[in-house]
Design a protein around this ligand. Structure first.
Ligand code: GDP
Length: 240
């Protein structure tokens, strides 16, 4: 996976049409127990590191001690962010697989010795009101635009769905932030072996991205998890 990519803002005239795509109404539809994690994977550099929950903070300017690079995770509510974080670090209960998507409005910090993983709240929760949306935007925009220690963002999209208006809005925010973005397609196990590359190509095209800018993952089958962990460690500036 190419890690130096930036999110591309859509400027090819198709933005409006793409922006009109609606998010599917499946939020909460495929909730279930956390996937069983096999033992540590020696090819996953995050499995051999101790990891510690630091805290949940409502403020993009929060000071954490020590000051270390941060890799942030963001995606639409129910995209599989908690499951992916748990799979990446090999700890099924670390990030909560929430039963009520969209409720978290906090930045959750986890420390891997040399850097932090930061779980940003999910966006696009269908029932979120206007005030909640505004509060969300302020928190996330503030974090993306001003956080000096932010070294990279892992942006998640469910491989089965066309990008929603919220996804495209986020893509613009990411592009504006100028940060390094690792784009990840989640839940790859939901597609057939032959359908997966076709769908991955379609979704990459809808986002204006090259296929080598995308990492396919499944928290269930482990596809792409150790590769993503390796990209994250590199983006945080560590050797794996
Ligand atoms: P979040 O809201 O983005 O944190 O998403 P969760 O991790 O809570 O996952 C939402 C739902 O999708 C849960 O029911 C998960 O079990 C399911 N899910 C997450 N990742 C995968 C995956 O890789 N494959 C499959 N089949 N289901 C997944």
């Amino acid at each position: 996976m190419r890690t130096g990519g930036r999110a591309e803002g859509g400027n090819d005239g198709t933005r409006e049409r793409r922006g009109a795509l609606r998010a599917p109404k499946d939020v909460g539809a495929d909730r279930g127990p956390p996937f069983v994690q096999p033992g540590p994977d020696p090819s996953n550099p995050l499995h051999i590191q101790p990891i510690q929950f630091v805290g949940s903070f409502p403020d993009a300017g929060v000071r954490v001690d020590p000051d270390l690079p941060e890799i942030a995770f963001i995606g639409r509510s129910n995209v599989g962010k908690s499951s992916l974080l748990n799979a990446l670090v090999g700890r099924p209960g670390l990030a909560r697989i929430s039963g009520s998507p969209g409720k978290t409005t906090l930045l959750n910090f986890y420390r891997v010795p040399g850097f932090y993983l930061v779980d940003l709240p999910g966006y696009g929760f269908a029932r979120a009101g206007k005030a909640a949306r505004a509060g969300y935007r302020k928190l996330v925009t503030g974090y993306l635009q001003t956080r000096a220690s932010l070294a990279g963002i892992v942006w998640l999209l469910d491989i089965r769905h066309q990008p929603s208006a919220d996804d495209l809005d986020m893509q613009n925010l990411l592009a504006e932030s100028g940060r390094q973005v690792l784009t990840v397609f989640t839940k790859a196990d939901k597609l057939t072996r032959s359908g997966l590359p076709v769908r991955a190509a379609e979704l990459a095209e809808a986002l204006g991205l090259q296929q080598d800018q995308i990492q396919l993952t499944s928290s269930k089958s482990r596809l792409g998890i150790s590769e993503l962990a390796t990209s994250i460690v590199a983006a945080a500036g560590e050797e794996s």
